[in-house]
Design a protein around this ligand. Structure first.
Ligand SMILES: CCCCCCCC/C=C\CCCCCCCC(=O)SCCNC(=O)CCNC(=O)[C@H](O)C(C)(C)COP(=O)(O)OP(=O)(O)OC[C@H]1O[C@@H](n2cnc3c(N)ncnc32)[C@H](O)[C@@H]1OP(=O)(O)O
Length: 189
């Protein structure tokens, strides 16, 4: 893979604090410092449009543990309009996609007893790509409202993690999704 462009905004991570979540960790996570999974992605996978901290045009999604599951938060802007006042469905899919791959990475690290960002961990990083993405659009999604995506780990195998996700706008569940995340093939590195 081509080297990630060094496009970190000078204000990172402050710039993303509103778009992601910086909630405190629970007793089950392997990250206890308030950081998100994506904060620890190596630079070669940190240019992702959805979740890469190095992509100045991307969503900068950030995912943290919330009990046994995860939470990812994102507030779409007016440029993400489908019809006036409502969010574009492709944006919803991309948020579910990266909330799912992020959850998969966190789950794989936790299952392996590893801590993301551990300077003493010299094992190869566990990188995931999307093998399958399913989205059910359940209700119109209003613009200008924070979307909260909760992820649940359905299955962990040697090469894949299956994650189900639910997106809410306020009290309304607007979408449900499922991501089959597969370990990144060597050809993509
Ligand atoms: C301090 C260090 C911290 C480090 C932390 C690092 C964490 C980094 C984590 C994350 C990085 C984030 C990067 C952003 C990602 C954002 C999301 C994207 O946009 S990704 C781009 C779009 N996706 C592609 O371009 C994939 C293209 N497709 C492929 O390359 C292959 O088809 C691939 C890898 C998906 C599957 O390759 P195969 O088929 O050779 O895989 P096989 O090993 O045979 O399968 C493994 C398991 O997965 C299932 N599987 C594979 N593909 C499936 C599919 N399409 N649908 C359902 N199941 C599938 C298989 O059935 C198998 O399951 P069974 O073990 O048998 O239960």
């Amino acid at each position: 893979m081509a080297a990630a462009r060094a496009v970190v905004p000078a204000s990172w991570p402050e710039r993303t604090a509103g778009a992601g979540t910086v909630g405190r960790m629970t007793s089950h996570d392997t990250l206890h410092d308030g950081t998100a999974f994506q904060d620890h992605y190596p630079p070669d996978v940190a240019a992702c449009f959805g979740c890469g901290r190095l992509n100045e045009h991307g969503h900068h999604l950030r995912t943290t543990w919330d009990g046994e599951g995860t939470v990812t938060r994102f507030t779409p802007g007016p440029e993400q309009t489908a019809v006036p006042g409502y969010v574009y469905g492709g944006l919803i899919a991309s948020v579910i996609d990266c909330a799912g791959t992020g959850t998969a990475a966190g789950a794989a690290y936790r299952a392996a007893g590893r801590t993301m960002g551990d300077p003493d961990d010299h094992e190869p990083p566990l990188r995931f790509v999307t093998g399958r993405l399913e989205v059910d659009y359940l209700a119109p999604t209003p613009l200008g409202v924070e979307l909260v995506v909760r992820g649940h780990i359905d299955e962990i195998k040697a090469r894949k993690v299956v994650v189900s996700l639910e997106m809410a706008a306020g009290d309304t569940v607007v979408a449900r999704g499922r991501v089959i995340a597969v370990l990144m093939p060597a050809t993509m590195e």
